[in-house]
Design a protein. Structure first.
Length: 185
């Protein structure tokens, strides 16, 4: 804690003129991907091949101080399972997540920054059964679930000027690893 407090005390005010930032990102190994791995294991046992994508998303932060930014994150991810024999879609999953977020800047220089972030909100998950899977089990229902979701970014690195690239390591819906671009204004 003392190291983090010392790092926060050294935050530069050079970048404080730009209080807003908006970004786009792509993550890997997100919480929704883990859910899809589990459901896809059953689909694979039935002879399906699954493909995952996302999360892709947008984020916005307003910096109330050089150290703290508040805002939100929205992400979209999905999975589809295709029957290997008939080449038809059997399972389609979509995940939409919306989370308020807070970002803590450890270091905020003109062209480099280090930060952590916490986000918590809601995920809307939609699963639909189609094609051969629906024909094999006519009672199979499409389902929509609303559940709690989070993102805990342990370490984020950003670099650049007004347009900044960033990489993050964390756990949750943005993924274990996440990368993207931000625009500061």
């Amino acid at each position: 804690m003392m190291v983090v407090a010392a790092m926060m005390a050294t935050v530069s005010v050079n970048a404080q003129d730009e209080k807003h930032e908006i970004g786009v990102f792509y993550g890997v190994e997100s919480a929704s991907n883990v859910v899809s791995y589990v459901t896809s294991a059953f689909a694979a046992a039935a002879g399906d091949q699954s493909s995952f994508w996302g999360p892709v998303g947008v984020e916005y932060y307003y910096h109330v101080s050089p150290v703290v930014g508040v805002g939100g994150v929205a992400a979209f991810a999905g999975c589809k399972a295709i029957d290997k024999k008939t080449n038809t879609k059997d399972l389609n999953e979509k995940f939409i997540t919306v989370m308020p977020s807070v970002k803590f800047n450890w270091l905020r220089k003109k062209s480099f920054g280090m930060y952590s972030a916490l986000s918590a909100g809601v995920m809307f998950a939609s699963v639909s059964v189609e094609g051969e899977a629906k024909a094999a089990d006519p009672d199979a229902k499409d389902e929509t679930v609303t559940t709690f979701m989070f993102q805990a970014t342990a370490l984020g690195l950003e670099f650049g000027g007004k347009v900044r690239g960033f990489v993050e390591a964390g756990l949750g819906e943005k993924g274990l690893l996440c990368a993207g671009l931000r625009y500061r204004f």
